[in-house]
Design a protein around this ligand. Structure first.
Ligand code: ACM
Ligand code: ZN
Length: 559
């Protein structure tokens, strides 16, 4: 009798432990190293405490986020017990490996750490529980995101029941210092709430640079207080072309802009997620919305309209009008006040030179500057470089660095310019050879406005092209066949770009982004020898479950 009672108890216990959902550390992007002993588990339960340094507000904020994610995913509520040295979940500042290497290098100056090493963390799961170590609070945030992607998502019935964490040792830090994603909020306006969601998804993938493109021919979306009409009038187009410049228009006024207060709110929201916002004022082309408000800044004097169609406009800012520079400095001055980013993007792409060639003011300016065609750089391309020089000086005085699209190479790069290579990788390669910093975002691997499935006819209308997840995943940004190891050091990292001529709604934004952001995140985060597309695809379903839980749309097929 006693024996069978014991057996029943053992069977019930076995059933319960089978029921307990398991954590799976095979996440995206994959950590640098993961060693798992799946024969032993630590069980995480409601009421367990987390210890951490509560005197550090940044650490406390990250603990709150971890606690919230654990609760959202599993229904398990952890207790905040900062001073409990015996708490089953511990966050400890300082890496065990640093102590060892300090001892080994006694007497030597401490090695300086790369920015990537500052983001490092370790997770140890063992008998004593779960211990997270990091050099800086950012490491806790990265570790918390890893757990968020590894913990099982409980069904309604299972919420609040214990979760098993197999014993494990995880070590992690990113490969590239720059891990970007861009969003065009000028062709279409997306609300602050949608941008916050975009930032959340970026943070989930370890991205740290949000390139915010928000001025365009089709709308000016940044409030400039000294020029109140710029956003008020420049943000509104009277109508939008239907489809790909069909000649048919929707007859709907379309507008929206971001106040400086909203921009600051987003800067803070991003910073709490360890994302820097790089704002872009695209100049001297892509400026019709500004020219509509200030036609005197154009070579012909206008009139100009906020563009209702897509493409590249011949009308650009007049390089010979001194008011142009005053205008740009007013705009960029306020931009620098609002955005603390070290990098400021000044665009520089797609600036046809036809108007400048025929404009007496532009030609007089070129003469005054003594510009002559040297066979490599035309007079007008050099005129654009002169603008870049002026702007770079202005930004440098404010402690900022300039980024431009790869067209900025055409008139000769300014001294400290960083190049964002988009027309393939050649511009990036050339800039790196010239010892300029480079961000790689070539159309061929990084333009996520392209279709991601071959069957375009069953996709929402897009700009064209074909960039499947597998192609994004295959990108190697260091160009080892073209660049020496020394030159490769100038490649800061890759970025995906989402242009929105044909992307008008948030559901479509996330459909284009996901899961291609998963693919680029492994390019950004992982060493090339860690990458395996089949393995990546096996890890993807758990991410998709998370997107479902977060209410995010995504493309359900992977090619
Ligand atoms: C670009 O796609 N025009 C930078
Ligand atoms: Zn001109």
């Amino acid at each position: 009798m006693k024996k069978s009672f014991l057996l029943i108890i053992m069977m019930v216990a076995a059933c319960l432990s089978i029921r307990a959902a398991r954590t799976d550390y095979r996440i995206i992007p994959q950590p640098k190293s993961v060693a798992v002993d799946s024969t032993q588990v630590f069980e995480l339960r409601s009421g367990m405490g987390i210890s951490y340094d509560a005197s550090d507000p940044e650490v406390s904020r990250n603990v709150q986020m971890l606690r919230q994610w654990v609760e959202e995913l599993t229904g398990i509520t952890l207790a905040l017990t900062p001073d409990d040295k015996k708490a089953p979940v511990k966050l400890v500042l300082g890496m065990a490996s640093d102590k060892k290497s300090k001892k080994a290098k006694k007497g030597q100056a401490a090695q300086t750490q790369s920015e990537q090493q500052q983001e490092a963390y370790t997770i140890s799961v063992g008998k004593a529980g779960l211990e997270i170590r990091a050099r800086k609070p950012i490491g806790f945030f990265r570790a918390a995101q890893t757990l968020r992607k590894a913990l099982p998502i409980a069904s309604k019935e299972d919420r609040g029941t214990a979760v098993q964490l197999p014993y494990a040792e995880i070590q992690d830090e990113p490969r590239f210092v720059y891990r970007g994603a861009h969003l065009d909020c000028a062709r279409h306006y997306f609300s602050v709430e949608v941008i916050k969601q975009y930032l959340d998804v970026m943070a989930l993938h370890g991205c740290n640079q949000f390139h915010w493109h928000f001025t365009e021919d089709q709308g000016w979306r940044f409030e400039v207080k000294a020029l109140p009409d710029l956003a008020k009038k420049g943000s509104v187009r009277n109508q939008t072309v239907v489809g790909r410049n069909t000649g048919v228009y929707d007859g709907q006024r379309y507008g929206g802009y971001y106040t400086q207060e909203e921009c600051r709110e987003l800067v803070n929201y991003a910073a709490e997620r360890y994302i820097n916002i790089i704002p872009e004022i695209d100049l001297p082309g892509h400026m019709l919305s500004a020219l509509h408000v200030y036609p005197n800044l154009g070579c012909t004097g206008g009139p100009y309209e906020v563009w209702p169609i897509w493409g590249v406009s011949r009308d650009v800012l007049c390089a010979g009008n001194p008011e142009t520079m005053t205008f740009l400095k007013t705009v960029l001055g306020e931009l620098c006040d609002v955005f603390p980013s070290k990098f400021i993007h000044i665009g520089g792409d797609e600036c046809p030179k036809e108007r400048w060639q025929n404009c007496p003011k532009c030609q007089a300016k070129a003469k005054e500057l003594g510009l002559v065609d040297d066979g490599k750089h035309s007079v007008e391309n050099q005129l654009q470089t002169w603008i870049n020089h002026e702007i770079e000086h202005f930004l440098n005085e404010r402690g900022r660095d300039l980024i431009g699209w790869d067209e900025t190479l055409e008139g000769g790069l300014t001294e400290g310019a960083t190049v964002m290579s988009w027309r393939g990788v050649d511009g990036g390669v050339e800039a790196a050879r010239q010892h300029h910093r480079v961000i790689m975002s070539p159309t061929t691997y990084c333009y996520i406005d392209y279709y991601q499935l071959k069957d375009q006819w069953n996709q929402p209308l897009g700009i064209g092209g074909y960039l499947p997840v597998s192609k994004v995943y295959s990108f190697e940004p260091l160009m080892p066949d073209a660049l020496s190891e020394e030159e490769q050091k100038y490649i800061l990292g890759p970025q995906v770009n989402l242009w929105t001529e044909y992307v008008a709604y948030p559901q479509h934004v996330f459909y284009m982004l996901l899961p291609r952001l998963d693919a680029i995140s492994e390019v950004q985060w992982c060493r090339p020898d860690q990458k395996d597309f089949q393995d990546f695809k096996n890890r993807l379903p758990r991410m998709l479950q998370l997107y479902d839980q977060m209410g995010l749309n995504y493309c359900r097929k992977v090619e």
